[in-house]
Design a protein around this ligand. Structure first.
Ligand code: FE2
Ligand code: FE2
Length: 339
């Protein structure tokens, strides 16, 4: 017997509770759990399991010989992607014509491959994979093989990278603010001091440090203004779109207008990152570099990786979703005859 309920957990999140009558004693693992344990993938009561992009938690055994499983309520298509053979996605063919941003949206772990090969999946996320490989002078078949290997390696282990595509508009806007914006607000002042100090001490020995400092200062100023615009203007509009029953009357007309400006600024940030990477041999310290110089390069490299993730989530997930939501609201208004 199976019964399903929707409840709120201690954190207020809506969860789906499945009550299934067990044919064994409370606490006794099922044959399936035993098989999974032998395969090294058992779901221990209380342990989180993020396979199939779903955070699933087995909370144990209820009284009265019922197995209790608590899942977040997510679209059915995400829940059914898991089968006894593992995620169906393992066997998904990677299409050379797929935009690289979409490939990362499907599997965030693929960003590791693109980072390594210096394929731009954030600002250049709309480019088909074949064209992106060509631009980097890479053999497309080799890149495909690396992506498949990455898929197999990180199968069911996406926990370090968030599945942005599974979030609602408001959840994703909150996540971006709380992780990427918060990171930048802490890290940019630190890197500002480091790039200034390293230039003062080693600028004569390494003339490229002038370019590093110039590019960083421009990036810092631009990002500070950019974050303010997203937090004070664009993200509130996006949250409003999610809860609205009809298209809100935005002062700027459509959500697409500030989005276009943000994408332009992302391109500009991408160009600054290219200068930073190009001026430092891909953040490789010279042999004589002191600890501060190395700390600066390490920080800049981390900044690049975080910005790639940040811009990917906005350009390839949040912004297209917000535009689709606005279009859907406009379509509903047309059908009901509202102006
Ligand atoms: Fe942002
Ligand atoms: Fe942004």
């Amino acid at each position: 017997m199976v019964r399903e309920h929707r409840v709120r957990d201690g954190e207020g999140s809506l969860r789906q509770v499945v009550l299934r009558r067990a044919s064994r004693s409370p606490g006794e693992p099922s044959a399936r759990m035993q098989r999974e344990e032998r395969a090294g993938s058992v779901r221990v009561p209380g342990q989180r399991d993020s396979r199939a992009g779903v955070t699933r938690e087995t909370v144990g055994w209820a009284s009265g010989r019922h197995q209790v499983r608590v899942n977040p309520v997510l679209p059915v298509r995400r829940v059914v992607t898991e089968s006894r053979f593992g995620r169906k996605g393992l066997f998904v063919t990677i299409d050379l014509q797929s935009p690289v941003g979409d490939l990362v949206k499907q599997r965030p772990s693929r960003s590791r491959v693109f980072e390594k090969l210096q394929i731009d999946y954030c600002c250049g996320g709309k480019l088909p994979l074949a064209e992106a490989c060509e631009r980097q002078g890479l053999d497309a078949q080799t890149v495909l093989r690396e992506l498949r290997e990455s898929d197999a390696q990180y199968l069911g282990d996406e926990t370090p990278l968030v599945d942005a595509d599974a979030m609602s508009l408001a959840e994703l806007a909150d996540h971006i603010e709380q992780t990427h914006h918060a990171y930048l607000k802490g890290e940019l002042p630190r890197l500002d001091a480091l790039t200034q100090k390293v230039l003062e001490v080693h600028g004569d020995a390494d003339r490229r440090l002038q370019d590093v400092r110039r590019a960083f200062v421009a990036l810092h100023q631009e990002l500070a203004a950019h974050l303010r615009k997203e937090e004070q203007i664009l993200f509130p509009m996006i949250r409003q779109l999610e809860s609205a029953a009809r298209v809100p009357a935005f002062h700027c007309g459509s959500v697409a207008n500030p989005i276009r400006q943000m994408e332009y600024e992302h391109d500009s940030a991408g160009q600054a990152l290219a200068i930073l990477s190009g001026s430092t041999d891909g953040y490789q310290p010279p042999e004589w570099a002191c600890h501060t110089y190395r700390a600066m390069l390490d920080g800049l490299k981390q900044l690049e990786g975080d910005l790639h993730q940040h811009i990917h989530k906005e350009n390839n997930v949040l912004f297209p979703k917000a535009i689709r939501r606005e279009s859907a609201l406009a379509g509903e208004a047309c059908r009901c005859g509202a102006s």
